[in-house]
Design a protein around this ligand. Sequence first.
Ligand code: CAA
Length: 287
Amino acid sequence: MKADEVKKVAVIGCGIMGSGIVEVVARSGADVTFVEISDEKVERGRKTVEKSTQKAVEKGKLSEEDRRAILDRITGTTDIADAADADLVIEAATEDLPTKIEVFAKLEELTRAEVVLATNTSSLPIAELAAATERPDRILGMHFFNPPPIMKLLELVQGLETSEETIEFARAYGLRLGNSTVLSKDRAGFIVNFLLVPYMNSAVSLVEQGFATREDIDTAVTLGLGHPMGPLTLLDLVGLDTALYISNVLYDEFKDPLYAAPTLLKRMVAAGYLGRKSGRGFYDYSK
Ligand code: CAA
C-alpha cells in the first residue's frame, strides 16, 4: 500500500500521546478510529482532542469549519475489532511490554496481512512486538513527540526484520502528516531518548543533591541553551512515571549507571507526583 492510499487509521490507546496522534492523523484527512479500554477513557480521549483543536482555533492555526471536519473523522470505541478494516494501525497503549504484545497479537488476527502495524513506544524493542505477529517485515516504530500536534519529528525505528518497503511507506506517511522523519535501529531509547534520559536524570540528581533549585535549573537551560522548556518542566510534561519506565528500560539494556533512575524520581512516582497529568510533579498544577 502507498502512504497516500491510507484512508482509515486505527490508533490503539488515547492517552497523552494517543490523543495527539489521533488529532494529527485526522488533520491529514484520514478517518481515525481510536480504541480505549473503557467508555470513560473513550470520552476522556475525545475531550482531549476537542480541547487541543479548540486551542488551535484560538491560536489561529485552524478554522472552526476544519475543526468540525477533523472531529467528525474521529470515532472512539472500546472494541479493538473496530480496527479490523484499518489501512494502518498505530499502537500508543500504556508503555508496558506484555500489554503491547497482547495488542499486537490481536491486531495480527484482526487486520489484513498487508497492513503495517506501528508502535509509538519510546523505548521497548520492536523485535519483541514483531515476534507476536506473522508479519515482522511490516512492524516498525513510529515514535511521535509530546505534544504530537506541535512537535514535527517522527522517529522511525527499524526492527531486525522490518523491510525497506515498510520504512519507505512510513517515511512517506510521516510527510503526509507534516512531520520530518529520522531513522534509528532497534535499540533502547532510539535516538532521542538515548540522549534525553541521562540529561533529565542529571537534572533530577541536581535537585536531589541540593546543588540548585528546580527554578534555577529550568531557567539555566531555557535561557542558557535556548531550549523551549527546562528539564524539570519537561519531565512534568512527559510524565514522571513514563520517564522512570523509559529510564529503567535503558538501564536494563545497557547496564550503564548513566541510565539509572535517581532515587528522587522513584520516590516521586511512588508518591503519585506524576507531573501535569496528576496535578503535581516538580511543579504544582492543581490550581
Ligand atoms: N495545534 C497546532 N498548533 C498549536 C496547537 C495545536 N493544538 N496548540 C498550540 N499550537 C502552536 C501555537 O500556535 C504556537 O505556534 P507559534 O510558535 O507559531 O505561535 C506553538 O504551537 C506553541 O504553542 P503555545 O504558545 O501554546 O505553547 P508554548 O509556546 O508554551 O510551547 C511547547 C509549548 C510546544 C510544549 C514548548 O514548550 C516545547 O516545545 N517544549 C518542549 C517539548 C518537548 O521537548 N517535547 C518532547 C518531549 S520528549 C518525548 O515526547 C519523547 C518521549 O518518548 C519521552
